[in-house]
Design a protein around this ligand. Structure first.
Ligand code: NAD
Ligand code: GLY
Length: 364
């Protein structure tokens, strides 16, 4: 059954459509195009699977299309690949009305979104996410960007899509490791603000892993509803009380793993899982979470076939990398931690000795 949610941002409000066989429904995309011109950005893995299906409906409706196929991998989320998009748009003489349609996972969505934010000072953008992670998280909310060798997602812009079209049938071709990576962001959002959802995940994890369509649709819808509420309240992460920043639970630790090992070694979701366990451990050391709560977090990630120990970078290297994160405010590291399961907070007062102890207890 199809589901529609909205991200409420005044005149930039946009729908998230979730359901099966949506790739063939070009009539859902057409109202969101300024003119009948679009560039579909995908990658070498996703394009052979789905690009022509998406293109056929649009072309039949008279949309003039440019196809841009990027190399696949987090290690290509960089300036060189971004330039390939600009080159192709200019080569095809795409104008300011041309919509960019991202067809793929979070890497394609983030880089194509940044191209949309910057090409000719901004063109319409549509997200067609094809991984679980991108359907529950990255396609919603307008964060776009690329990595820098010194830090994840360091160059970017907020640029909201006009539509998110999540065809859940595309998940049938997703490798199991990628499905698990998506589960990490689902568990994360439940830990941040939705304890009943966490309990539902504990009951339904096996169904999700088995690719049960109804369970996946529920998890995608509930994650998107949570994210849409957070983004509507704090679009650009400026709320000093936490707001959107809370969605970065586990990310400051996780980004250190991704950058420290080199992009593409660990999947983003895997790094988020291990990073979230570190955040839970630190929350325990601050007296907030009970030991049984930390064990519960660990157990759920293990059941989702995700790592619960970070890479053996050494605490000093973690701290160095975390010091480059966007979560550093006025020179102080502001971490997202858990007051309780289902209730995240931002915290700049964690003693460094405890941060080091949490890293050491949860890595190597
Ligand atoms: P990804 O984009 O690398 O996709 C994972 C792999 O699955 C790739 O090899 C891809 O080609 C392949 N794939 C995609 N769809 C497929 C399908 N239907 N069938 C078979 N294979 C398919 O990774 P991801 O996990 O989707 O996204 C991770 C990225 O998202 C990271 O760069 C992360 O920083 C970013 N992210 C952004 C936000 C945001 O708010 N913008 C939020 C979370 C994560
Ligand atoms: N993934 C974090 C955010 O969108 O804010």
């Amino acid at each position: 059954m199809n589901m529609t949610l909205n991200v409420s941002l005044a005149e930039r409000t946009y729908p998230i459509l979730i359901g099966g066989a949506l790739l063939d429904r070009s009539e859902l995309i057409l109202p969101h195009l300024a003119v009948k011109r679009a560039a579909i950005v995908s990658n070498e893995t996703v394009a052979p699977l789905y690009l022509e299906r998406l293109a056929a409906g649009l072309a039949n409706s008279g949309v003039q299309l440019t196809r841009i196929v990027l190399p696949d991998g987090e290690q290509f989320k960089n300036w060189e690949t971004l330039n390939r998009i600009y080159d192709a748009l200019l080569e095809a003489r795409c104008d300011r009305g041309t919509a960019i349609i991202a067809l793929g996972g979070g890497v394609v969505g983030d880089i194509a979104g940044f191209a949309a934010a910057t090409y000719q000072r901004g063109v319409p953008f549509v997200q067609v996410p094809t991984t679980l992670l991108s359907q529950v998280d990255s396609s919603v909310g307008g964060k776009t960007g690329i990595n820098h060798p010194r830090g994840k997602n360091m160059i970017g812009a907020f640029w909201q899509p006009r539509l998110v079209l999540a065809d859940t049938d595309t998940l049938k071709t997703l490798p199991a490791r990628e499905l698990s990576a998506g589960l990490a962001e689902i568990v994360k959002i439940a830990l941040v603000r939705d304890l009943p959802f966490l309990e539902w995940l504990e009951e339904n994890m096996d169904k999700l892993l088995a690719g049960d369509a109804a369970a996946l649709a529920h998890a995608i819808g509930r994650s998107c509803r949570n994210k849409a509420e957070v983004v509507a309240a704090d679009e650009q992460e400026t709320d000093p009380a936490g707001g959107r920043a809370l969605l970065n639970l586990g990310h400051t630790f996780g980004h250190a793993i991704e950058t420290g090992l080199g992009y593409g070694q660990w999947l983003h979701g895997e790094a988020v899982a291990a990073g979230t366990v570190m955040a839970a451990e630190l929350s325990h050391r601050l007296g907030w979470l009970a030991e049984v709560d930390v064990a519960r977090v660990r157990r759920l990630f293990v059941r989702a076939r995700l790592p619960v120990r970070g890479a053996a970078l050494g605490a000093a290297r973690y701290l160095d990398l975390m010091g480059h994160d966007k979560k550093v405010v006025a020179g102080r590291l502001r971490l997202v931690l858990l007051r309780q399961l289902g209730h995240a907070v931002t915290w700049a007062d964690a003693p460094q000795t405890e941060i080091i102890a949490a890293i050491e207890a949860c890595s190597g």
